[in-house]
Design a protein around this ligand. Structure first.
Ligand code: ZN
Length: 252
């Protein structure tokens, strides 16, 4: 039986030509998760789709599906925010591409996660309005692991449970999923990342803040460097994959 959905908030995660006239577009949709669709006649029907199905655009889409398992067909697309600068400004494009790679890693069809959708939208909006890119990425990653149920532990040693003393540096171990005190850190674990007390405090504070208050947080350069490095290593360990777009960080 055909199913139809209308006015669904959606962000474009991928878009490429299919044949002479069509486009295959992957969305991250509020309420339903990732959705791969076909936009028939996307090149011809100028009015309906032109300049709308671009990477990172925030839209409201309507689609129909003729039968379960069939590709969804987009019937309407209305721009809510094109996030234009994410495609025209190279360093913003690079940062948005890193966000996109993480979003693709953690989303799937039929996995509906509204917190993840709101977090993604917050990050794209922050980048588009000119918030420092490394700040957006760091805050996004801290929240991302939280939202997907893998919040790293910065409050106590993951091995012995000893509460982390606030004024001391500590080592973050991706394998342990949090901090390890000096007596628990195995000699052979070279994946650990030394973190300064200020960085640990900043991460804990972001973990505890609601999304709406993240814009007030202004981490220092050292905080950002340490946070990004440790959460990048954590991601590689968690997903058992390299984050290809990470190489763009700092190169633009
Ligand atoms: Zn310990």
């Amino acid at each position: 039986m055909a199913s139809v959905r209308a006015n669904l908030p959606a962000v474009v995660l991928d878009s490429y030509d299919h044949g002479e006239a069509d486009k295959i577009v992957t969305f991250f949709c509020q309420g339903i998760g990732r959705l791969t669709t076909i936009a028939k006649g996307a090149h011809r029907s100028k009015k309906r789709f032109v300049n709308k199905l671009e990477l990172f655009s925030f839209l409201q889409i309507s689609y129909s599906r003729s039968a379960p398992g069939n590709l969804a067909v987009i019937t309407e697309a209305e721009l809510v925010n094109p996030f234009l600068s994410l495609r025209s400004n190279l360093s913003r494009y690079h940062a948005a591409s890193i966000l996109r790679e993480f979003i693709l890693l953690v989303t799937s069809e039929k996995l509906n996660d509204d917190h993840l959708f709101q977090l993604s939208l917050w990050a794209l909006h922050a980048l588009d309005t000119g918030v420092d890119q490394k700040t957006v990425l760091a805050l996004f990653l801290i929240k991302l692991y939280d939202v997907i149920g893998y919040r790293p532990d910065f409050l106590q040693c993951r091995s012995c449970g000893k509460h982390y003393p606030a004024q001391a540096p500590a080592v973050f171990s991706p394998r342990a999923g949090g901090l390890l005190c000096s007596s628990c850190l195995p000699d052979h674990d070279h994946s650990g990342r030394q973190l300064s007390p200020g960085t640990i405090q900043m991460i804990i504070s972001v973990q505890q803040q609601p999304l709406a208050r993240l814009n007030r947080i202004k981490p220092s350069t050292v905080n950002l460097r340490e946070t990004l490095d440790c959460l990048y290593r954590y991601g590689r360990h968690l997903f058992q994959k390299d984050i290809h777009s990470w190489k763009w960080l700092g190169s633009s």
